[in-house]
Design a protein around this ligand. Structure first.
Ligand code: SF4
Length: 389
């Protein structure tokens, strides 16, 4: 089947169960603080040990939570991130307020002494339905990236304790040049720990991540095909800032072969050694993208289309989050793939995938530009023969 027929039946502005991304995000990320006890090499927020001036005060944070509830029921999922959200002394009372407002809650804490067994139990009592914990390599490889000796062991222990406390734990991995070859080992670890899913984030060079090397487009393609294979071995897999994974899933399901390159062969050989034969594919290909099903509120209340797309569109101190999400021209453009440029604009998969708007912004200064990490050359782009940026 030609790929041009594979990309066409997907409504990008629809989420699960007919959720209309034009009027309501599925995910609102709240950077509750930039304070964090860790100093990871790829940290988007360049988090520091102390809070930055201008952080939302408790009363302002409560009003922000009310503005998330204004989207109505079912509410967007509020993903509380940082920095380390546990570095906020008022976090637990704020989560209690969010629960009382009927918000669905997820938390992305750092693994530190603050993430104790009693705190995990309290989070479960407060109705935090999901938690993400980051694992970027096996043993010393993870410690190197996170900058703390012994952190890998603490992370594996925290995942187990959180699951035992009744939380649904997703493991997050940042894929970059340093650890691409470790993906099969991380996959085996995540599956062995009984995590509910694995989310692989393709590095965006922002914050401290500007000093970290990205995967090349060919390596991204190999990793995306590997992730498809991994998703056929009993673990839900999704990507962040790697929407070309959705194209790869669609192509592989239609019988397309994987790439014939050394990295893909290495990744899958290890996968077959450690994971057995393939079964049902659990690749998660929901159509969210920065500004489309996603809004991000920074520590100081600034509203962005995503955590890796730091273009200010308003501030919850002075503007309605709902109005900004629905009506701001940038949010509207980000929901209109026919406005995308370069290969993404010409691509038959643009509704399904659309490319990373954040990576386009960081590389070309244009959030509507093409995603430079994608190796795919759409037939319409080749026949157009344009050199559009
Ligand atoms: S060219 Fe753009 S829209 Fe097409 S698959 Fe690649 S990233 Fe996605």
């Amino acid at each position: 089947m030609p790929w041009s027929r594979l990309g066409g039946d997907w409504r990008l502005d629809r989420g699960p169960h007919g959720w209309d991304f034009r009027v309501r995000p599925l995910l609102v990320f709240w950077e509750a603080t930039r304070a964090c006890p860790l100093a990871c090499r790829h940290c988007r927020a360049s988090a520091l040990t102390d809070p930055l001036p201008g952080e939302l005060a408790t009363g302002e944070a409560e009003r922000f939570l009310e503005s998330v509830a204004d989207f109505g029921r079912p509410s967007p999922i509020l993903v509380v991130t940082g920095g380390d959200p546990l570095a906020r002394a008022d976090l637990l009372p704020l989560l209690e307020r969010a629960r009382d407002l009927g918000l669905r809650l997820a938390l992305a804490p750092a693994v530190s002494d603050a993430l104790s067994e009693s705190v995990l139990s309290r989070l479960a009592e407060l109705g935090v339905s999901a938690m993400s914990i980051s694992l970027d390599g096996e043993g010393p490889a993870h410690d190197r990236i996170r900058g703390v000796p012994g952190h890998w062991g603490k992370t594996c222990a925290a995942i187990r304790t959180a699951i035992d406390a009744g939380l649904r734990v997703q493991v997050n991995t940042c894929a970059m040049r340093d650890n691409g070859h470790q993906l099969p080992a991380i996959f085996a670890r995540v599956r062995g720990l009984d995590a509910a899913g694995w989310e692989v984030f393709f590095l965006i060079r922002q914050g401290r991540g500007t000093g970290v090397e990205e995967l090349t487009p060919e390596e991204c393609e190999a990793c995306a095909h590997f992730l498809y294979d991994a998703a056929c071995r009993g673990l839900t897999v999704r990507t962040v800032e790697g929407p070309f994974f959705r194209r790869v899933v669609r192509q592989r399901e239609a019988g397309a072969p994987p790439p014939d390159n050394a990295l893909y062969r290495t990744l899958t050989a290890t996968l077959q050694d450690c994971a057995g034969p393939p079964g049902e594919c659990l690749a998660h290909t929901a159509g969210t993208r920065d500004g489309n099903g996603i809004a991000f509120v920074a520590y100081d209340g600034t509203i962005h289309p995503g955590g890796f797309l730091p273009i200010p569109c308003g501030n919850v101190r002075t503007a309605s989050l709902r109005d900004v999400y629905v009506d701001h021209p940038l949010f509207r453009d980000l929901r209109a793939p026919e406005r995308f440029r370069g290969r993404c604009g010409a691509c038959e998969f643009r509704d399904l995938c659309g490319g990373s708007r954040a990576r386009a912004f960081h590389r070309f200064g244009n959030p509507l530009g093409e995603d430079p990490a994608c190796a795919y050359v759409p037939p319409a782009w080749t026949s157009r023969g344009e050199a559009e940026a």
